[in-house]
Design a protein around this ligand. Sequence first.
Ligand SMILES: C[C@@]1(CC(=O)O)C2=NC(=C\c3[nH]c(c(CCC(=O)O)c3CC(=O)O)Cc3[nH]c(c(CC(=O)O)c3CCC(=O)O)/C=C3\N/C(=C\2)[C@@H](CCC(=O)O)[C@]3(C)CC(=O)O)/[C@H]1CCC(=O)O
Ligand SMILES: NC(=O)c1ccc[n+]([C@@H]2O[C@H](COP(=O)([O-])OP(=O)(O)OC[C@H]3O[C@@H](n4cnc5c(N)ncnc54)[C@H](O)[C@@H]3O)[C@@H](O)[C@H]2O)c1
Length: 269
Amino acid sequence: MSVTGGGSLLLAWRLKDKRVLIVGGGDVASGRIEAVLVADALVTIISPALGLHPQTRHFIENSDRVTYHDRVFQGHDDLDGVDMVLTAIDDVEWSRQICALCRELKIPVNVADIPPSCDFYFGSQIRRGPLQIMISTNGNGPKLANIIKKRIEGTLPENVEEAIEKIGALRAKLRERAPGVGGLLGKKRMRWMVSVCNTWSIDELARLGNDSMEKLLVEGWDKGRVLKPHETGVAVPWWWNIPPQVTPGIAGFTCGVAVTVAIFILRRR
Ligand SMILES: C[C@@]1(CC(=O)O)C2=NC(=C\c3[nH]c(c(CCC(=O)O)c3CC(=O)O)Cc3[nH]c(c(CC(=O)O)c3CCC(=O)O)/C=C3\N/C(=C\2)[C@@H](CCC(=O)O)[C@]3(C)CC(=O)O)/[C@H]1CCC(=O)O
Ligand SMILES: NC(=O)c1ccc[n+]([C@@H]2O[C@H](COP(=O)([O-])OP(=O)(O)OC[C@H]3O[C@@H](n4cnc5c(N)ncnc54)[C@H](O)[C@@H]3O)[C@@H](O)[C@H]2O)c1
């Protein structure tokens, strides 16, 4: 395997109850606030009331996770106990100073618009229930990241979030049945889950209900096998599993055959 370097580490950062300071309250800040509230952070916003974006105002007025200070950033004291800093202000000099303070205090910081002052970049995001996809061009082309996001969105299976939620529920039930971390049991659990994911399509997983899950565990896991969807009462017609990309091809082929047959019959008359 060759490692070329020059990239960024892509992670899903767990921010629940972590303290995030957002300096600025304009358009860009409002997107940042939304992004960290989705992750259940405790948010402090410092920004003069004049110039607040309507969405920032909405978060301030409606979220009990948001503390608001109607003023400009003042310095060191504003960083006390803070786990992450995001700045989105129209003042490059202050942005650089905030970055320097954060680096001194070893607080991870993102300064919108100044890549050298970013310990991490934001990306274009797709969220569908528990599914989170981040598209990053590593600083090269943010608008292009947004365009690529729209392309990816169009290729996702319709019920992908239900499938992920169901697989999450199945894994939780399996852990209740076979608890513990690591060891031989852990390996067996993982092998079984891999096999379920390889055997069932996304559509079929999305249709898993409590009864079929129970059957999958009692008749499957307990007996050391992976049931097929139809054995649990979950079955979708075979054509549901045709990838959408090939559907136009099949439709075209069918039309072609129909036209050829029609011409053949008409000629014989
Ligand atoms: C993805 C997204 C996430 C978000 O911000 O939430 C994001 N920028 C978005 C939009 C956007 N930003 C800009 C435009 C104008 C068009 C254009 O330049 O393309 C548009 C498009 C628009 O406005 O429509 C201007 C811009 N952006 C940066 C600079 C400074 C520079 O490059 O030097 C300049 C000024 C350049 C100049 O002065 O010319 C820098 C950064 N912007 C990043 C993220 C990080 C790298 C992301 C990556 O690697 O892909 C990075 C490095 C730092 C950071 O901010 O974390 C979000 C799209 C979300 C969505 O809608 O899906
Ligand atoms: N995603 C990106 O990377 C991206 C995209 C577009 C713009 N930008 C840049 O991000 C920055 C913010 O953009 P915007 O459209 O949200 O700007 P904006 O002018 O709408 O908002 C700036 C906000 O910062 C506040 N502010 C200014 N100085 C402050 C200080 N010292 N302390 C606290 N608050 C202060 C202002 O009151 C205002 O609410 C700009 O520099 C812009 O060029 C970045």
